[in-house]
Design a protein around this ligand. Structure first.
Ligand code: S3P
Length: 179
């Protein structure tokens, strides 16, 4: 990996169920960084769940809140930022993340994603008659955005621990003093 900037943070992008929150918390521990989750920030500010925001105001209102959060986080340093699965599909969001973070994509196959999310119910986009088809379609549409990350980590065959170690190492490599 060759990046020409000195990122002050790590941002994790990737599909729902890719492991951004669990891996992100561990990366933060490894690096001695703070951990932030864009979904949690949005929920605590709005005082309601994402499902509720989607249901009452619609997806565009949620995306506007996401965009606001991405801009605000530009002042952060030493933070691992876990992002909602749809956040990097807005090119302005992806560009903003890249300006202040090493952007790491956690990749997972549609089969693994389904295995991980099938017993969860808090994600409005998966409230669908055929959630497996929805996952395949959304993932295919988002792949070009996810693949613009600085670092791509396939989580199908990696444990949370291994993925977190890899990311901490990549961050150290990206930020070591250049001779
Ligand atoms: C979304 C993913 C969710 C959350 C919202 C929309 C998406 O976050 O932001 O339900 O568009 O993929 P996670 O990726 O953390 O599940």
């Amino acid at each position: 990996m060759q990046i020409s900037r000195q990122p002050a943070n790590v941002a994790l992008i990737g599909f729902m169920g890719a492991g951004k929150t669990s891996v992100g918390r561990l990366v933060a521990e490894h690096l001695g960084f703070e951990f932030l989750d864009t979904d949690e920030l949005i929920q605590s500010r709005a005082g309601r769940t994402i499902a509720d925001i989607f249901a009452k105001e619609g997806e565009p209102a949620f995306r506007a809140l996401e965009k606001q959060v991405v801009q605000e986080l530009s002042a952060r340093t030493k933070t691992v930022i876990s992002t909602g699965g749809g956040l990097p599909t807005d090119p302005e969001n992806l560009a903003a993340l890249k300006s202040y973070a090493l952007v790491v994509c956690l990749w997972a196959s549609p089969e693994k994603i389904w295995e991980r999310v099938r017993h969860q119910s808090h994600r409005p986009l998966l409230h669908d008659a055929d959630p497996q088809k929805k996952i395949r379609e959304l993932l295919a549409a988002r792949e070009p955005f996810y693949k613009q990350a600085d670092v791509l980590i396939n989580t199908d065959l990696r444990s949370v621990r291994e993925a977190a170690q890899q990311i901490a190492l990549q961050f150290k490599l990206a930020t070591r003093p250049k001779r």
